[in-house]
Design a protein around this ligand. Structure first.
Ligand code: GLV
Ligand code: MN
Ligand code: MN
Length: 417
């Protein structure tokens, strides 16, 4: 028998991590390898040690805390998430899964059981693209999709490369080649996460079981028109980079709404207008495009249509539009057997659930490249996240942890396949 998760433990850990925050006055900001993030890493590692786990880090700063099973030669079972955040975020996105994994291990240990397989709680490096513009750095590297060369090319706003930052923190570049995880060496991975949508709340359900995870495609877009006088340039004579960008944004929104895929989103979240002055027609606009889809083929269809419409906008408005691709990631289906184990754990404990897809991406997207994965969602209040208003009740996380703990234990005791 495993006891129920302790909501107070979860609260204590989450509140403690939340103190490592560079914007205490407005939400939570914890950007990769800034002092607050480094301090949070130290705190979490220390709490993992206190749980009696072995703790190590790889060359990109992924943290692995192991509760050793009876046979350490067997592929382990993984859980965990991330502790970095977007700017002015909340205190649950990522952290709920790290703390949830720790609480699940604590419960399993408390039950006196030593599973056959080891259970590892992972803190993946920089799930958020906040610092280097690319998401899931740690899990991407585990999947063999981020090399040392790539790390040398990724730059933050101050011009530091990711490789330089890693080196300055004494991560060894020579070890970078050892980060990828080979297929078959992880038995299964289950990530607990807040839902970041409002379906569970709407349906009055405590748990979502994720069957598929959307993947992002990101572009940096640069629109070049002609900077000129707002009054002196008549309407027919202008080549306004901003109005052209607005057309791109409306095309993108329409294409996403028209998509026949089960789930598609498109967002322009960052916009920079140059020179950004009241009486000047913008000559340059730079913005981001973020497209998510649960179906890779549908995403490609949308992208082709978008490129066609963009070239029409260029013609019509006399502007040049450059699209710099940043990533074009593949959505994944979760492992049906793990989904079934989670479902069974919920049934056993009388936890109501719904099976759903994840519109947000997660490290599980990349872990899914080398291991069977699934996820457990807990409700987000009003469906809001990436915001200081992000909230999930500690008791709700505890219910998710109940499902997680039984799932991890079941997987860790499964050896007959
Ligand atoms: C992750 O934070 C995402 O943007 O989906
Ligand atoms: Mn996030
Ligand atoms: Mn997250």
């Amino acid at each position: 028998m495993i006891n129920h998760a302790n909501a107070q433990n979860i609260k204590n850990w989450l509140e403690a991590i939340n103190q490592f925050n560079s914007t205490l006055e407005f939400g939570t900001t914890r950007v990769l390898f800034t002092p607050s993030e480094i301090a949070a890493r130290e705190y979490v590692k220390n709490e993992m040690l206190k749980l009696g786990m072995n703790v190590r880090e790889d060359a990109i700063g992924n943290i692995f805390a192991t509760y050793e099973g009876q046979d350490t030669s067997l592929p382990a079972v993984w859980t965990g998430s991330h502790i970095d955040t977007v700017l002015n975020a909340g205190m649950f996105d990522g952290m709920a899964g790290v703390v949830g994994g720790m609480e699940a291990v604590r419960l399993i240990k408390e039950s006196g059981q030593r599973p056959k397989r080891s259970i590892e709680v992972i803190v993946y490096t920089s799930e958020e693209p906040t610092r280097f513009g690319l998401s899931c750095l740690g899990s991407r590297a585990m999947a063999g999709k981020l090399s040392l060369e790539d790390a040398k090319n990724l730059k933050d706003n101050d011009g530091n490369t990711f490789a330089e930052v890693l080196k300055s923190l004494e991560y060894n570049p020579v070890e970078f080649k050892n980060i990828p995880i080979s297929k078959g060496s992880v038995f299964g991975a289950v990530e607990l996460h807040i839902e970041q949508n409002g379906l569970l709340e709407e349906n009055g359900l405590p748990v979502g079981i994720v069957k598929a995870i959307c993947a992002p495609t990101n572009y940096s877009v640069e629109v070049y028109g002609c900077q000129s006088h707002a009054g002196g340039t008549s309407m027919d004579a202008r080549r306004d980079a901003f109005t052209a960008s607005c057309e791109v944004s409306l095309s993108l929104e329409r294409l996403a709404k028209e998509s026949e895929s089960e789930y598609t989103t498109a967002t322009i979240g960052r916009v920079e207008v140059v020179p950004n002055a009241v009486n000047v027609i913008p000559g340059t606009v730079k913005f981001s495009i973020d497209i998510r889809d649960i179906d890779f083929e549908s995403k490609n269809i949308l992208l082709n249509k978008l490129l066609k419409e963009i070239s029409e906008i260029e013609q019509k408005r006399g502007v040049n539009i450059t699209l710099i691709p940043e990533n074009h990631d593949r959505p994944i289906r979760c492992d049906e057997k793990i989904v079934e184990v989670i479902r069974q754990s919920c049934e056993n404990q009388g936890i109501a659930y719904q099976v759903m897809i994840s519109g947000a991406y997660h490290d599980s997207l990349f872990v899914g490249e080398f291991a069977p994965v699934a996820m457990i969602f807990v409700p987000s209040k009003n469906g809001i996240s990436h915001s200081p208003e992000e909230w999930t009740d500690y008791e709700d996380i505890a219910v998710g942890v109940d499902a997680l703990a039984e799932t991890l234990l079941t997987l860790a005791n499964t050896t007959d396949e």
